[in-house]
Write a protein that binds this ligand. Structure first.
Ligand SMILES: *Cc1c(COP(=O)(O)O)cnc(C)c1O
Length: 361
């Protein structure tokens, strides 16, 4: 504490991102990055912007990108807001749609940035307990006082809600905004974007970081009724007119244009995921049914904490959350097939009976 701090600074509990290690020999399976890299057209688009236009401010409304996204989703660009990573879009959404005197709801196990924003913006919240198998009951999200935010697929569990269930939640909160954070939706069956023209209280938030393999570029976007998009623009323009730089706008637009690259890499990741799940089950893991580019697992015998440590010593960084309901789980990002084959080799060494004493619960 410092006596010059504002109340907002004093009440924050900042988000702690997964470790970013500089050591290239470590295989990072801890922040759900995509091992295949972005479309090659991204670098070309950035290069051309870099050599010609860096002396000019970017378009404040990122129109090139919004038009491209509009074409992709078959929506007018008035339905689209773009921001500096979906984390920024989420922060603006908390400011634009949630109040300081009405409780919002989100699942008790979910993306840990939601309580961080709630504290920063002084938004009261209820964390809705999940069922024992980490599924959620849609009715628990009906009739909220202040609004809803749900990650779908959820993180860190990977569990997916079908579009009918999302629609029920939206219908049953007619006076409040329902935010669906679809960071991982390209690895799942269907997006709630199909509902935005029908429901003026639904905002879908997406990112270029995971399926498009552009975590380093920082681009996210929101899709919703133009009334909601206008609110986000009002917040942005009261804060920083140019949240996305020229290189990011050009690179992200090029990534959206390359649908073939997205399809190819997402299919690879999905097939590696299914293969890895079956391999881990053979090795005594309980694996939640994931529709994301990560899996959430617990071992019948070895503790998550010790597995996390031993894997790290073997050169594989996974995510372990020191939180009550999930402390015996690990979240493992789906890397390339080769990375996951090596991961299994390391795991087999760690789990062999002679090494057992080190990993008992
Ligand atoms: C990774 C992630 C984000 C953040 O994505 P950025 O666009 O990189 O800021 C948002 N929500 C969830 C659930 C995520 O896992």
């Amino acid at each position: 504490m410092n006596k010059f701090w504002s109340e907002a600074v004093k009440r924050t509990e900042p988000y702690v991102p997964g470790e970013q290690l500089d050591d290239p020999s470590i295989i990072k399976l801890n922040t759900n990055e995509n091992p295949y890299g972005p479309s090659p057209h991204v670098a070309e688009a950035i290069q051309s912007e870099l050599t010609r236009k860096l002396h000019l401010y970017p378009a404040p409304d990122a129109d090139e990108l919004r038009v491209e996204l509009g074409r992709y989703f078959k929506l007018d660009k008035d339905y689209i807001f773009a921001g500096n990573g979906s984390d920024e879009v989420l922060a603006f959404s908390f400011m634009a749609f949630f109040e300081q005197n009405a409780k919002i709801r989100f699942p008790a196990v979910t993306y840990s940035f939601y309580p961080v924003y709630a504290k920063l913006f002084n938004v009261p919240y209820e964390e809705i307990p999940l069922n024992r198998d980490f599924t959620l009951s849609a009715e628990d999200f009906f009739g909220s006082e202040g609004g809803i935010i749900i990650a779908n697929p959820n993180a860190p569990t990977g569990l997916y809600l079908d579009t009918e269930t999302i629609e029920e939640i939206v219908i049953n909160n007619p006076e409040r905004v329902v935010i669906i954070d679809e960071a991982y939706i390209d690895f799942a069956p269907a997006s709630a974007v199909s509902l935005v023209q029908k429901y003026p209280n639904l905002l879908v938030v997406r990112t270029m970081s995971k399926s498009r393999s552009l975590a380093g570029l920082r681009v996210g976007f929101a899709i919703g009724d133009p009334g909601l998009i206008e609110a986000l623009n009002r917040i942005k323009d009261s804060f920083n007119s140019y949240t996305i730089d020229r290189l990011a706008i050009a690179g992200a637009a090029a990534a959206i244009r390359d649908e073939g690259h997205l399809q190819e890499t997402r299919h690879k990741i999905i097939s590696t995921r299914e293969w890895l799940i079956s391999e881990l089950k053979k090795r005594g893991f309980h694996v939640l049914p994931s529709q994301a580019n990560f899996i959430f697992v617990t071992h019948y015998k070895a503790s998550a904490e010790s597995l996390y440590q031993r894997l790290k010593e073997s050169g594989f960084l996974v995510r372990h959350f020191q939180k009550p309901a999930i402390e015996n789980y690990l979240r493992i990002t789906i890397g390339s097939n080769e990375q996951m084959e090596n991961f299994l080799k390391a795991l087999d060494y760690i789990l062999q009976p002679s090494a057992g004493s080190a990993i008992q619960n």
